[in-house]
Design a protein around this ligand. Structure first.
Ligand SMILES: [Zn+2]
Ligand SMILES: [Zn+2]
Length: 1010
């Protein structure tokens, strides 16, 4: 006996049950044991940030990772299953700041860096545990006790080694540049952190007058949206080739930008260069001694503003570059927290936003404000805390990208990207990447091992903990982990003999994640250390080993990685940068990437908008299998709309497969059927077809899994289930009622094989059903049954039935369009263009309730041609009437190109309107290659049969409503008006399992159990 199934699957309950059973039976361990020593499949997990519970969007990547790992495991591959957590850097710091209510670096320092580090570690431990539970609930099989943590000393040491290598190659330098700066976080950000991090913000828009010296009554007019930068102004730039004019009010503008003005004088920009002007805030101490002058700049825009640009080198990137070319003073107005320095008079200590009002008032009072308003524009914000960014001059540690760029492009050329156009995106990023800004002025992050000596100028870069110990002059006893503040207490001895301290900066978090192909696989590690990854902050959190170099050689590079598209400029990039530096090779062979998760209405998900769905909520409401189904079905190069509406739709669609299994179980139990291997002899043509169709499913899904293309897997499964349910089962129902062994064996085989190939996508449902369907000798879990073999297919048989199904589909469409119910038999069907279906005329006739099926050219099609009046009216004039009647009468010939010849005129395709429709008495439907036509006329015989079908349907519904068993027999009474139907009494009896059919004095049909 098969365990019976409920009417509908209770996904949440069955997932809980299967989860507990996997645990109890150790299914995952059994699977790993079976595959140990098999061909390896190396997957490298991109670390998930252990800073919050997972959002629904995390489930996308986690699903894809698990699906393809499960598939590879079913194929007998040996996998590592190591999960990774990202544990340090701004994410975690800002999370802890919020938790503690701290809102500036000063407050962190007051709280204490050591205490702060402890809170960061606690937060990581807490969320690593929560994320682990959520991933397990999603069905993800990983080696959960042996995760890697990027804040382990091991990971940090490996980054140190990389940095030392960069230094030895001369790539490391301290850049003095204007950088995008977050005043709240108090640090600069690098190029890859800025993309997509913009908001629509409102800023002031001011037109300001700079009076020219020695030119009474003449001023330059500049436009700015950052009034706070005016106190640091040192120059005004003009486009040397553009034309500038002096208005009657004495204002210099680019002529193009003031089209309505009357100019009293016009000059080329070059002629203004060198003029001096009075700066807007010359009174400030910071401005003392600064000469303000006009400089040339080819990039001055001539489509917005005034064509004259205010230049403040301490508050803008291009401004800073210009200061080098033109030897301008560089005034730096704001400190790390974005507040004005003391030599800015009353602005001292105020934020950039706070000085906007006072600046405007002063300009107005002094008559320098020409016009003021506001502007809404796209402005960069901090990706972590959303504070608008400002430009500051900073000294940041940089890695030059010049020499690595081409080798990285070469390495990327060896990678197989899915979808393939992402390869080009990666190339674009690599071609345009600037130098890597690796320093962050923060606390809980990778300590940069840089020790610059003030006396001899040498920069020492420490490459390992051993090296640090050797060169340390003290502080080692308190160094339990490589983090601030403890690492800062360990000075080293410079080669010149002086004691040198570490710089205070920490590293970009992408160094942490980028090094993992080395740090987790034991690159250049002489001997295997059991649990050797649990070092520093990771002590006690993981049991992960630190393997030796031979292990690295075996598992590097990864066969496959998968992360979202954003990671092109983040993890894919940092990993590639570090790997190409250390080994000259790409760290991965194949990449699957995917886009963004939106809400079900297509809006971005934001916690603050109330439309974000977190993973826990999604799992509790939707269940893991349905979530996984959704992610697998979605084409990864498009943004995905996620929500309860789409999930409900998937749940409904899944019912088709569920109902097929339930149908099988219900009838197999009546019969006492027991499953075995492939069905034995005595198969009918339809059985042979379903077996082939099943083999085709195996072949198609295998091919799609091999290409990491889950939408292809889902499409194959979907169309198989449709064939299985809406063709095989529907066409074979009668055989199940009469316990036809071959039908049971065939259906069992098809259902079981479908389970096996869809198991990676819906592991819970698959094992739930497998445990009910499996043959006694088969393994207890579908994941312990090796992947089905791909066999050669009988393509002709498959094409043949596919054509039959297409004909039936079109036939239904034609009947539907003509408004004829499917229960009403019709006389004749003509099929054109589906030759293979010819052998199945009987099935088609039965499916479409027609008496005859003919394979022949469809002549029931009528082509009507009408004149296109707006074009032909003017062209034909008086002759239009005659042409129209000839067209109506069908007196025309078709000519090549879609036009017609009529009444001696040749009309082009655009001059006529061609309508194809069925002739009177026919209904028609067609696709690219197949046309079907069916007669719609009814006679008495057809009408009577139609009524019999209606009756059968009605009685069977009554049987169900009365709760009769499938095998119960009945007596059927009919109203006298249906006496003519008794002509078909035997047919009716058979269809409704009646022992007797007779008319009686009833007004409606009545049934009674015998
Ligand atoms: Zn910030
Ligand atoms: Zn020195």
């Amino acid at each position: 006996m098969f365990e019976t199934l409920p009417q509908y699957p209770d996904h949440l309950a069955l997932e809980g049950e299967v989860f507990a059973w996997w645990e109890e039976r150790g299914i995952f361990e059994q699977l790993r044991g079976r595959n140990r020593g098999g061909p390896k499949f190396s997957f490298m997990d991109g670390p998930i940030t252990a800073n919050n519970p997972m959002g629904a969007h995390h489930c996308w990547g986690r699903t894809l990772k698990d699906v393809f790992q499960r598939y590879k495991a079913l194929r007998g591959h040996d996998l590592r299953y190591q999960n990774g957590f990202d544990c340090q850097g701004l994410w975690v710091e800002v999370g802890v700041e919020r938790e503690l209510g701290l809102n500036s670096k000063r407050e962190i320092e007051e709280y204490g860096i050591a205490e702060f580090a402890e809170r960061c570690k606690e937060r990581v431990a807490k969320y690593a545990e929560i994320i682990t539970d959520q991933c397990r609930r999603l069905g993800m099989w990983m080696d959960w006790d042996n995760d890697y943590y990027t804040f382990s000393d091991t990971n940090i040491e490996y980054i140190w080694r990389f940095l030392k290598e960069c230094h030895e190659r001369g790539w490391l330098y301290l850049g003095h540049r204007s950088v995008e700066w977050c005043p709240r976080c108090g640090t600069s950000l690098s190029q890859h952190e800025l993309i997509n991090s913009y908001a629509e913000l409102t800023h002031p828009s001011l037109y300001v007058r700079f009076p020219l010296k020695g030119r009474e009554g003449e001023s330059l007019v500049v436009w700015t949206t950052t009034p706070w930068t005016l106190p640091a102004n040192v120059a005004a730039a003009v486009n040397p080739d553009a034309e500038y004019g002096l208005t009657e009010q004495g204002e210099w503008w680019a002529v193009d930008l003031k089209p309505d003005a009357t100019f009293t004088q016009r000059v080329r920009g070059a002629e203004l260069v060198g003029l001096e002007y009075e700066g807007p805030f010359d009174r400030l101490p910071a401005q003392q001694g600064v000469v303000h002058r006009v400089i040339p700049w080819e990039d001055v825009a001539l489509d917005t503003g005034t064509g004259i640009v205010h230049i403040a080198p301490g508050a803008g990137a291009e401004d800073f570059e210009l200061s080098r070319v033109h030897d301008l003073a560089v005034l730096t107005p704001i400190d790390e927290s974005g507040r004005f320095y003391e030599d800015y008079g009353e602005f001292e200590g105020r934020s950039t936003e706070d000085v906007e009002g006072p600046v405007k008032i002063e300009l107005e009072r002094r008559g320098l404000l020409v016009e003021s308003g506001s502007i809404v524009h796209s402005y960069p914000i901090c990706w972590r805390c959303s504070t608008p960014l400002v430009f500051r001059i900073a000294d940041d540690w940089m890695i030059s990208a010049d020499q690595i760029r081409q080798p990285m492009l070469d390495a990327n050329a060896t990678v197989e990207w899915t979808p393939d156009f992402y390869s080009k995106r990666m190339d674009d990023w690599l071609r345009n990447m600037g130098d890597w800004n690796i320093s962050r002025r923060r606390y809980f992050g990778l300590p940069l091992p840089f020790y610059p000596c003030q006396s001899c100028g040498t920069l020492t870069v420490i490459g390992s903990l051993d090296e640090l110990r050797e060169r340390a002059t003290g502080g080692l006893d308190q160094l339990d982990e490589l983090h601030r503040p403890w690492i800062d207490e360990v000075p080293i001895r410079c080669d010149c003999g002086d004691e040198v301290r570490r710089v205070t900066e920490v590293g970009d978090a992408w160094l942490d994640a980028g090094i993992v192909p080395f740090s987790t696989l034991g690159w250049q590690n002489p001997e295997w250390r059991e649990h050797g990854y649990a070092t520093g902050a990771a002590a006690g959190l993981t049991g992960a080993d630190l393997p030796d170099h031979t292990y690295w050689e075996k598992w590097y590079p990864a066969d496959w990685v998968s992360e979202m598209r954003e990671q092109i400029r983040l993890w894919f990039y940092s990993q590639c940068f570090m790997s190409v530096t250390l080994t000259g090779k790409s760290p991965y062979r194949a990449v699957l990437t995917y886009e963004k998760l939106l809400d079900e209405h297509g809006r971005e998900m934001h916690r603050s908008w109330g439309n974000a769905i977190d993973a826990a909520e999604a799992l509790e409401n939707i269940g893991a299998d349905v979530i996984r189904f959704m992610f697998c079905e979605h084409v990864p190069s498009q943004n995905m709309k996620f929500g309860y509406g789409p999930a409900g739709e998937i749940r409904r669609r899944l019912l088709t497969y569920w109902n097929s299994v339930k149908f099988f179980v219900d009838y197999a139990n009546v019969d006492g059927f027991r499953p075995g291997e492939r069905p034995p002899g005595e198969l009918q043509p339809l059985d042979r077809w379903l077996l082939e169709r099943t083999e085709q499913l195996v072949a198609e899904t295998t091919q799609q899994y091999e290409q990491y293309w889950s939408p292809g897997v889902m499409r194959a499964f979907d169309s198989f289930v449709d064939d299985l349910s809406n063709w095989y089962i529907r066409r074979s129902r009668r055989r199940f009622y009469s316990f036809d062994e071959a039908a049971f064996r065939t259906l069992w085989f098809a259902l079981a094989q479908a389970l096996r190939v869809i198991a990676p996508v819906m592991p819970f449902l698959a094992d739930f059903l497998w445990r009910r369907l499996r043959a006694e000798a088969a393994p207890e879990s579908v994941f312990l049954e090796p992947w089905p073999e791909v066999r050669e297919l009988d393509e002709e048989l498959l094409r043949e039935v596919a054509e039959v199904r297409r004909v039936v589909e079109l036939g239904r469409q034609a009947r539907g369009d003509a408004g004829v119910k499917l229960r009403q038999p019709l006389r004749r069907l003509v099929v054109q263009g589906a030759e293979l279906a010819g052998r199945h005329a009987d099935e088609i006739a039965e499916e479409l309730r027609v008496k005859e099926v003919e394979f022949a050219p469809v002549e029931a099609m009528e082509v009507r041609v009408k004149p296109n009046l707006p074009l032909l009216g003017p062209k034909l004039g008086k002759e239009l009437g005659a042409v129209r009647s000839a067209l109506d009468a069908g007196e025309f010939e078709h000519v090549e190109g879609g036009g017609v010849r009529v009444n001696g005129h040749e009309l082009g395709a655009d001059e006529v309107l061609v309508e194809r429709r069925a002739r009177e008495g026919w209904a028609l439907a067609a696709d690219d290659s197949v046309t079907v036509a069916v007669t719609t006329g009814l006679d008495d015989e057809l009408r009577r049969e139609g009524r019999v079908y209606e009756l059968i349907h009605r009685v069977n519904t009554m049987r169900k409503d009365a709760g009769l068993e499938l095998t119960d027999r009945i007596r059927l009474k009919l109203p006298a008006a249906d006496a003519d139907l008794l002509e078909h009494a035997d047919w009716i009896k058979e269809e409704v399992l009646a022992t007797e059919v007779a008319t009686d004095g009833v007004s409606e049909p009545e049934i009674a159990k015998v």
